[in-house]
Design a protein around this ligand. Sequence first.
Ligand code: MGD
Ligand code: MGD
Ligand code: SF4
Ligand code: MO
Length: 746
Amino acid sequence: MANTTIHLRTCPLCEAMCGLELTEEDGAVTLIRADREDVWSQGFLCPKGTTLGHLHDDPDRLRAPLVRDGDGFREVTWAEAFAEIEALLAPVLSTDGVDAVSCYIGNPTAHNFSLGRYAGAFVPMSGITQLYSAGTVDQWPKNLVCALLYGGMWTIPVPDLDRSDFVLMLGANPAASQGSLLACADVLGRIDAIRERGGRVVVVDPRRTRTADRAGEWLPIQPGTDALLLMAMVQVLFAEGLVDLAHLAPLVDGVDAVGRVAEPFTPEAVEAATRIPAGTIRDLARTLAASPGGSVYGRIGTCNQEFGTLASWLVEVLNILTGNLDRPGGSMFADPVCWSLTTVRPPDQAGGWSFARWASRVRGAPEVLGQYPVSCLAEEIATPGDGRIRALVVIAGNPVISAPEADRLDAALPQLEAMVSVDNWLNETSRHAHVILPGLSALEQPHYDDLIWGWSTRNAAKFSEAVLPPAPDRPAEWEILLRLAAIIGGQAAADIDVPGFDDGYFLGIVMANQAQAGSPIADRDPTEIVAATPGHGPERILDFGLRVGPRGEGYGRDPDGLTLEALRTEHPHGIDFGALEPRLPAVLTNGTGRIDLAPTYVTADVDRLAGRLGRADEGLVLVSRRHLRSNNSWMHNVKVLVKGKERCTLQVNPGDADRLGLADGNRARVSSEAGALEVQVEVTGDIVAGVVCLPHGWGHDKAGTRLSVAREHAGVNNNVLAPGHLIDVPSGNAAVNGIPVEVVAL
Ligand SMILES: Nc1nc2c(c(=O)[nH]1)N[C@H]1C(S)=C(S)[C@@H](COP(=O)(O)OP(=O)(O)OC[C@H]3O[C@@H](n4cnc5c(=O)[nH]c(N)nc54)[C@H](O)[C@@H]3O)O[C@H]1N2
Ligand SMILES: Nc1nc2c(c(=O)[nH]1)N[C@H]1C(S)=C(S)[C@@H](COP(=O)(O)OP(=O)(O)OC[C@H]3O[C@@H](n4cnc5c(=O)[nH]c(N)nc54)[C@H](O)[C@@H]3O)O[C@H]1N2
Ligand code: SF4
Ligand SMILES: [Mo]
């Protein structure tokens, strides 16, 4: 008889945070199902969640550090790996100092218990000043807009789906993504429920997605023109006297300025560019204004495009002008149970958000929220001269696939004198590293999401214990990051006191909380708080966050309040704290307690948008898509997820296919000013004429990787086609949607 144990665990793969029930037999996970009692996900899951065991068992997953050895790699001990890093960095640090060391932080950081809490320690502790991340191919416009409007770059409101009667959803496909900057298990179920209540959901997307089908209303749009559509809706609100801020009126400045800015953008003026009829635009504006609980929600298709900041800003503007922000059914702020350092404004922005404070060496790109566009990374490595990046740490990222001008970065990375990847696979990016440091598998570590509860559609809390014990010599990623930071900071690898560093970091977190308005421990001695929070690593930080959070025991303030101990022992399926509640003005951290609806940094970009009106769309443009069974670039090594028909296809509208002489299943050559690739064609009426679409995250045919399954389903990397200079100007975010391309039949 096998020794069977049932474990409960939250899936860390996406924002849906599904509760899973795992069956373990003699140390192996043999079955994963939904935890029907999970207070948050209530039995929902997707096919990826059932593969955590496959990811854990993947023979290609790295379990020991690798060091470059000729053309290949060899396994080494952890001490040897860190000694190698120290040796590689020494010449860089001794001549150019830490300014020659950079870092790229990838997406799984936001979903990983250790990395999520320690990436923020790594950067300041290492002294690295030039930081890149997947954020500038993702949500930088949202971060920028929310920082300016609400004070916090992660203070992001979400559509209150459970109580909405109208949602205008742009550039999002939760049928694939399961929600983004919108944490909700089963978004499609919520869409069904809205319709059953008699409400409407309208999906704006150049493709008819499964989300659009479920919503029942699809508005095909010309890529990159969402800001025009939204601006015209604003114009209608003003022109028809529909502006009604309701409860927000006393809090908001700049309403008249918004009205003036929107004036020229009538529905008729934007109709041709957006391809959305003027009458439809009027109807959308009127419906939103009339909704007792309605909202506009925009995601990646409205961010990583030419006018990402304006589109993201106009989403907020519309919700505010119609009184829908911060009211049930509208667009609301979650109230995370766990206080997090991510809610603290960076010290260098204490006096008010400012941007373009410095510029990149090669291109002169302004920094935004401390980062340059990720497309700068290749040239900063490859261009000789003072200030060149000579060493790079990549944390859970695969920028060779995910960043624009992918080939250029692929060619630049070998020029680094020291490259370290903290990564669980030897893939397209980590193959360039001199040292690869693998983290634990998801099953080997506890879990509690951090950032993501900041935009959840309900307030809840749940903690997962590790399912399987890690091998005794394996450090957790927080230990890896602290050790790396210390080495970059100039310490001898052999002498690093990781617990000591961790204590220093934790003390900093305590003091950061004490400095926040409303801190329950403001007048306490921080060393007393540290002493009352035993342990190390992310669990200690989590315990602290829960205790000082809105429902916490507050270090003695409320003996019945929440602690990690209570959560983990008494609530295996989590605690539900109910629907979102209005949080204004307390949620504002901009110092004024008011919302400036028309920040000049944003409105200054409106002239560029006006310039878009006159531009004709002659050729084809490329957009990206996701698939439920992919997760960016890194889950194509899971057999059960990649089996079946070819997914990495170029979707082409039937009319375009006829014109180009293409039939379904043919191969085509796609080229742009940045590069070219060859790919299989899928002719489908689900994409509008003039637009073609490739999924992102593929291209696994590079030499020297260790991805035996993914290699068999290589696909092509659409970022080979993405020119680095195509950006949303105010945020620097890459515009990987709306790339001009040519398609030729092969
Ligand atoms: N054309 C186009 N490009 C895009 C996008 C698009 O829509 N179109 N989307 C953009 C977006 S939104 C994002 S977020 C980025 C993603 O860009 P990245 O974050 O650079 O890429 P990922 O594919 O998420 O790669 C994650 C890496 O982390 C590793 N990994 C996975 N789990 C762990 C872990 O637990 N620990 C560690 N240490 N490593 C781990 C994987 O092996 C992989 O190397 O791509 C962006 N690029
Ligand atoms: N299964 C799965 N889930 C994921 C991921 C994954 O790779 N796979 N990635 C995760 C990550 S990192 C993120 S950021 C989220 C993203 O989550 P979502 O924002 O929901 O992203 P997508 O599913 O790519 O849907 C974006 C949609 O925008 C459309 N689009 C493209 N250009 C435009 C445009 O100019 N205007 C408009 N209105 N629409 C446009 C595309 O056709 C596409 O349908 O998903 C996360 N969840
Ligand atoms: S939707 Fe799928 S990938 Fe996302 S948390 Fe749930 S099971 Fe995991
Ligand atoms: Mo993302």
